[in-house]
Design a binder for this molecule. Structure first.
Ligand SMILES: [Zn+2]
Length: 322
């Protein structure tokens, strides 16, 4: 909802209360979700002011997942992260027409990084990763020869990605320094739902993307099988950190209003297990990981043919040429 009280997506007024959801991660406070009765866009109706939001990120889960591998959860987390890095890398390569790169395994790249850099012709493609966090994805792309600039709000995460990986990472206030029409690809992995001014960011993305550039946006799906299953206890609501709760209907409608078209929607395969386990943990259930995996499998099989029911979706959006 905008400050004038109209829907961010369709502009109509008069949203209805959907339900109240709890912040299980940090504050334990309740927040109200509302839904536009015209286009169905759902949003957190009463988030904290932007100046006060930092304290809602003060959780172990949001601070850098370090490289420790002490217990089973750490091991599962590392396996999942490496799998997702490979998926993201292959996707960006394919969408950007650099499929040859995608055939090379990331593991071997780490070992012979220099050789891979030379073979792939470092510097030929430019990527801006908005919300680069601790920098694992940016590092992966950087090693494969992309010119990568990370954009990250958290000083702590920015410093980590610079010292750990030697990446170029700027703060959001420095985004005007990125030249017009300079990026082949802009990525936002689970970031747009956190942004207080998504319209400003869409305008900046449009400015920095080349005319034939691609923007990749990953988001939780409020219409997913697991969102319906868990209702107000769905962990990916993640209030009040998630301000906007998009679906395969509302994201394309939103970006259309700012000169983009959505050309592809791709399901993210692992999120349903993680989100289901977290939802059970929030409920206080025993064995949340096991229950999450069983529920994830059940819902995946149940909605197998419907990719728009996936827990998280990746949207590929392009600049519309008028
Ligand atoms: Zn609406």
């Amino acid at each position: 909802m905008t400050e004038t009280g109209s829907c961010l997506v369709c502009g109509s007024t008069g949203p209805e209360v959907l339900f109240t959801a709890k912040d299980h991660l940090v504050s334990g406070e309740d927040f109200v979700l509302k839904r536009c009765n015209v286009c169905g866009f759902t949003f957190t109706a009463d988030p904290p002011d932007e100046k006060d939001i930092a304290k809602f990120y003060l959780s172990e889960d949001y601070i850098s997942h370090s490289d420790k591998k002490q217990n089973l959860t750490d091991h599962v987390y590392h396996l999942a992260r490496n799998y997702m890095l490979r998926k993201k890398f292959n996707l960006v390569s394919k969408i950007s027409g650099r499929e040859k790169d995608a055939l090379v395994d990331i593991g071997s790249l780490r070992e012979d990084g220099m050789l891979a850099d030379i073979e792939s012709g470092r510097g030929t493609s430019t990527l801006v990763d908005i919300g680069s966090g601790t920098g694992y994805f940016a590092d992966c792309m950087n090693r494969k020869g992309w010119n990568v600039t990370g954009v990250e709000l958290s000083d702590q995460a920015r410093e980590y990605s610079v010292s750990r990986f030697g990446l170029t990472v700027i703060s959001p206030t420095e985004i005007p320094a990125i030249k017009d029409g300079s990026a082949d690809c802009v990525t936002l992995w689970h970031v747009l739902e956190h942004l207080y001014d998504p319209v400003m960011w869409l305008r900046e993305i449009s400015r920095i993307l080349k005319d034939d550039g691609k923007c990749i946006i990953a988001l939780p799906n409020i219409k997913s099988a697991d969102a319906v299953w868990f209702g107000s206890e769905w962990a990916a609501l993640d209030v009040p950190r998630h301000l906007w709760h998009f679906s395969p209907e509302t994201l394309p409608a939103f970006i259309n209003g700012y000169g983009f078209i959505c050309t592809k929607v791709i399901p993210m395969p692992l999120d349903i297990y993680y989100i289901s386990a977290l939802s059970y943990r929030n409920r206080g259930c025993k064995l949340p990981l096991l229950r999450g995996i069983v529920t994830g499998l059940f819902l995946t099989v149940k909605s197998l043919v419907k990719k728009d029911k996936a827990s998280s979706l990746i949207y590929v959006i392009l600049k519309q040429h008028r």
